[in-house]
Design a protein around this ligand. Structure first.
Ligand SMILES: NC(=O)C1=CN([C@@H]2O[C@H](COP(=O)(O)OP(=O)(O)OC[C@H]3O[C@@H](n4cnc5c(N)ncnc54)[C@H](O)[C@@H]3O)[C@@H](O)[C@H]2O)C=CC1
Ligand SMILES: O=C(O)[C@H]1O[C@H](OP(=O)(O)OP(=O)(O)OC[C@H]2O[C@@H](n3ccc(=O)[nH]c3=O)[C@H](O)[C@@H]2O)[C@H](O)[C@@H](O)[C@@H]1O
Length: 459
């Protein structure tokens, strides 16, 4: 099938590459000429396991192409995926300017029947806005407005496992209209996703608004589980309970399940924070206050400060002259994405209190340099308190403590005797509960996890 992907970011590039891998003829459009040049020169603008291989092979066989040419991209695909960003607006609502700009371009250049698919995460009612935008362009061109149908097909992939998630989805949610054009588009979607449904039906068909809402409901539910566990972990620290034992204890109930119950130093990334906010905003538009989601957000804001608070409780409010090692900058492992990463909040806290920090991340160092330069643009002296090291063990030299923010595999089994010898004080603040407090006590390391102070009882 001939497919155009509008927006070649995390979602667009993965969608385009995976659909090309399945035999489709895919053209990816992006307005960012630099991104398109990188892709056309055989590079990949993001770190995503397995993506480089399928992008390279499908570029080579001619099924995956990249362009900045809008007219060419609209002409190419009978299916037009919109996969542009929907960042938070000032009031927390999803900013639809990129989605509607993409829709406008489709209406401006299209000929013949097009299935337009909203893959971006968009609030309820967006498909109608996309439809109106395209129709208005067609009217201006005096063309038939009954020549397209807008489908909602939200994406559920996780960064760091994006290719795997796309290729083996738990579910495919498709919202379509039930009029003649909607049914025609539905038939196209059936054909497009047939390879994913070979062994079992994974597609859930529904109306467009419900599909749009399902995406927010899924992210809000996952964020809620995390904030719930983080709040319990903070209580566990006070009452002398091990949150990891509790996680196993409750997760074994199939009604609860084991996934997304890990307490830590807060959730980040481009989606949970913005999608929770956007759903709250939708509710307010309909005169409803989503009390649970407000709490989810504020627990998470607090949780991103938890490691900094533990450091202050241990070393005092003035950290001048103290030096720390920080392992993990990305918002989660297997990505270089720094959007809303907890490391950024922690670094602000530590350097503003006078500390110096040696930081390491297996892949996010370049992105961290870029993002932190913006975070500290007004305080270049503070930026200079952050040093980048190539090897995690090098960060430890003369550090007063090690802080862990991202649970990269490379950090899971350090040589503890070497780690202890390098640190000035054998202290670990572990924002992802990588280690067992008993092992740490045996190794003579003072250990501060999240909700694990039953054995260490710091304060
Ligand atoms: N990143 C993720 O893991 C997931 C993201 N989503 C949703 O997918 C959407 C896209 O997210 P990401 O891929 O992370 O965004 P991104 O920021 O990585 O990529 C968006 C791309 O769209 C391009 N763009 C913007 N306007 C354009 C236009 N009019 N024409 C062509 N290209 C245009 C930008 O230059 C950028 O390269 C968002 O709504 C997000 O919430 C959904 C599931 C997972
Ligand atoms: O809409 C999106 O963009 C995507 O958002 C999340 O995916 P992602 O943000 O890539 O990463 P997650 O693995 O969900 O992790 C998000 C954050 O939650 C944190 N987390 C996750 C799980 C957990 O148990 N505890 C926890 O603190 C992670 O450290 C990370 O900071 C969802 O998992 C995807 O299904 C969704 O498609």
């Amino acid at each position: 099938m001939k497919i155009t992907i509008i927006g070649t970011g995390y979602v667009g590039l993965v969608t385009g590459a995976c659909l090309a891998e399945l035999g489709n003829d895919v053209l990816c459009l992006d307005l960012d000429a630099n991104k398109v040049a990188i892709l056309n020169n055989g590079g990949i603008p993001i770190h995503e396991p397995g993506l480089d291989v399928i992008v390279a092979s499908n570029r080579a066989n001619g099924r995956l192409k990249f362009t900045t040419d809008i007219e060419q991209s609209v002409a190419h695909g009978d299916i037009q995926f919109i996969a542009v960003g929907t960042p938070p607006d000032e009031d927390g609502s999803a900013d639809l300017q990129y989605v509607l700009a993409a829709a406008k371009n489709i209406g401006k250049y299209m000929h013949g029947f097009k299935v337009v698919i909203d893959k971006s995460t968009v609030p309820v009612g967006t498909a109608e806005k996309v439809s109106k935008t395209i129709a208005s362009e067609l009217q201006q061109r005096k063309l038939d407005t009954a020549s397209f149908s807008v489908i909602s097909n939200p994406e559920f992939l996780k960064e760091g496992a994006a290719v795997e998630d796309f290729m083996r989805p738990d579910r495919i949610v498709i919202g379509s209209d039930n009029d003649a054009l909607g049914l025609k588009a539905k038939a196209v979607m059936k054909q497009l996703y047939a390879p994913f449904n070979r062994n079992r039906e994974r597609t859930y068909w529904m109306d467009v608004r419900s599909a749009e809402f399902t995406k927010y409901a899924a992210n809000a539910m996952l964020a809620t589980r995390i904030s719930f566990m983080n709040e319990l972990a903070n209580l566990a620290d006070r009452v002398g309970v091990d949150i990891e034992a509790v996680r196993h204890g409750i997760g074994s109930d199939p009604r609860i399940g084991h996934s997304f119950l890990y307490a830590g130093c807060g959730y980040g990334g481009s989606c949970f924070p913005k999608d929770v906010q956007a759903l709250e905003r939708t509710a307010r538009e309909y005169d409803q206050d989503l009390l649970i989601l407000r709490a989810v957000e504020s627990v998470n804001d607090h949780q991103k400060q938890v490691l900094g608070k533990k450091v202050v409780a241990r070393f005092g409010a003035d950290l001048t002259g103290l030096h720390f090692a920080l392992w993990g900058l990305a918002f989660k492992p297997n990505t270089d994405d720094m959007r809303a990463a907890s490391s950024r909040v922690l670094l602000q806290e530590l350097v503003s209190r006078g500390a110096t920090i040696a930081v390491h991340d297996p892949v996010a160092m370049d992105e961290a340099r870029r993002v932190l330069a913006l975070d500290f643009a007004a305080t270049p002296d503070q930026l200079a308190q952050i040093h980048y090291v190539k090897h995690p063990m090098d960060a430890l030299d003369n550090a007063d403590a090690l802080l862990i923010v991202t649970e990269w595999k490379a950090y899971r089994s350090p040589e503890f005797s070497q780690l202890k010898a390098k640190l000035k004080n054998p202290i670990i603040f572990d924002g992802r509960n990588l280690f067992d407090p008993i092992d740490m006590a045996d190794a003579g390391i003072e250990y501060h996890g999240i909700g694990r102070s039953v054995l260490t009882q710091v304060e």
